[in-house]
Design a protein around this ligand. Structure first.
Ligand SMILES: Nc1ncnc2c1ncn2[C@@H]1O[C@H](COP(=O)(O)OP(=O)(O)O)[C@@H](O)[C@H]1O
Length: 277
C-alpha cells in the first residue's frame, strides 16, 4: 500500500491519468490525497470530478477555492468568470450527484503526522483550532441551508483571526485561510491579493508557512494553491501545486515511508495510459 498526495488538477484529467500510470496506482491497495481545486480553468473538470468521486475511500480531497466557486455558481450565487471552464459540469446529467458529493468534502484532513489543506493555516492556529474551525465550515456546507453560505463567502475581510469572530465573518475568515491564503504579515494578518512567488512580495509579508511563531509547526502540512511557489518542501510543509494548469507539472509526493516526488510534464497532452480502476 502506498499513500500519495497529488497537487491541484484543475480539470487536467489526462495529466492525472498519466501521473497515476507512472505511479502504477492500484485503487484496491493505494490511497490518494488531493490538495483540492479539482476543477476549473483546465479542459476536463467533469471527467476529473467523476473520476475522483468513483475512487470512494481510496481518495481524500479537500475543497479549494475553485471547487467552492463551482458550488457557488451552481447555486446561482455567483456569476461565472470569463475564464471559467465549468459549463460541461453544470450541464452534466449527474451534476446534482457530483456537486452533492463535492460539497461534503472536508476543508482539512488530518492523519498524523500530516495535515492536508488546499491553501494554508494562519500562524495563530494550532492544529486543534484549525481542525475545529474547518469543521464549522464543513457543517454549514453539508447542511440543507448550504447555499446561503455563498452569499457571504466572498471577500477578503476580516484580515486577522480572533476567537471572538462570529457568524459569516468567522466562516469567511476560516474559508479564506484554508482555501486562499498565501501570505501574511508578522502579526498574522492575511494578504489575499498578492499571488507571486516568495521573494517578490512586499517586505512586510512572508509566506504563511514562514510566519514567525507559527503555532501549527507540530504537524507536516501538505497543500497546493500556489503555482508561483511551485513544488516546495521546507518549514515542515509541502506545496504540490507545480503549475499543471499552466503547462508545468502535475506532482505526486509519496507520504508513507521515504518521501518520493513523481511528476509528469503537462506541456504536451499525451494520450492517457490505462489506469487500473
Ligand atoms: N472568498 C472568496 N473571495 C474571492 N474569491 C473566491 C472566494 N472563494 C472562492 N473564490 C474563487 O476563487 C477563484 C480565484 O481565482 P483566481 O483569482 O484566478 O485565483 P487562483 O490563483 O486561485 O486561480 C475565483 O473563481 C473565485 O470565485
Amino acid at each position: 500500500m502506498a499513500l500519495y498526495a497529488i497537487g491541484d488538477i484543475q480539470g487536467c484529467y489526462t495529466s492525472l491519468l498519466r501521473l497515476l500510470d507512472k505511479l502504477s496506482f492500484d485503487p484496491t491497495a493505494d490511497r490518494l490525497w488531493f490538495t483540492g481545486d479539482l476543477v476549473n480553468r483546465g479542459p476536463h473538470s467533469l471527467d476529473t470530478l467523476r473520476f475522483v468521486k468513483q475512487l470512494g475511500d481510496a481518495a481524500v480531497t479537500v475543497l479549494g477555492n475553485h471547487d467552492l466557486h463551482l458550488l457557488a455558481v451552481a447555486a446561482r450565487k455567483r456569476k461565472p468568470h470569463r475564464k471559467d471552464t465549468l459549463d460541461e459540469v453544470l450541464a452534466a446529467p449527474d451534476v446534482d450527484e457530483l456537486l452533492d458529493w463535492l460539497r461534503r468534502r472536508p476543508l482539512l484532513h488530518w492523519q498524523a503526522p500530516y495535515c492536508l489543506v488546499h491553501a494554508g493555516l494562519p500562524p495563530q492556529w494550532d492544529l486543534a483550532t484549525a481542525a475545529s474551525c474547518a469543521a464549522e465550515v464543513e457543517a454549514v456546507l453539508r447542511s440543507d441551508n448550504y447555499q446561503a453560505f455563498f452569499d457571504h463567502m466572498y471577500g477578503d475581510v476580516p484580515y486577522q483571526w480572533s476567537p471572538q469572530l462570529e457568524g459569516w465573518e468567522r466562516l469567511r475568515f476560516v474559508t479564506n485561510c484554508l482555501t486562499r491564503l498565501r501570505y501574511c504579515d508578522k502579526d498574522g494578518r492575511l494578504d489575499l491579493t498578492f499571488k507571486g512567488a516568495p521573494s517578490t512580495q512586499d517586505a512586510h509579508l512572508a509566506p504563511w508557512f514562514a510566519a514567525p511563531n507559527r503555532r501549527n509547526r507540530e504537524t507536516e502540512i501538505v497543500f497546493g494553491h500556489w503555482s508561483t511557489l511551485g513544488f516546495y518542501a521546507g518549514d515542515g510543509c509541502y506545496c504540490l501545486d507545480s503549475g499543471c494548469l499552466w503547462g508545468g507539472e502535475l506532482t505526486a509526493l509519496r507520504l508513507d515511508g521515504e518521501k518520493r516526488r513523481t511528476s509528469v510534464s503537462c506541456r504536451a497532452s499525451l494520450p492517457p495510459g490505462s489506469v487500473n480502476t
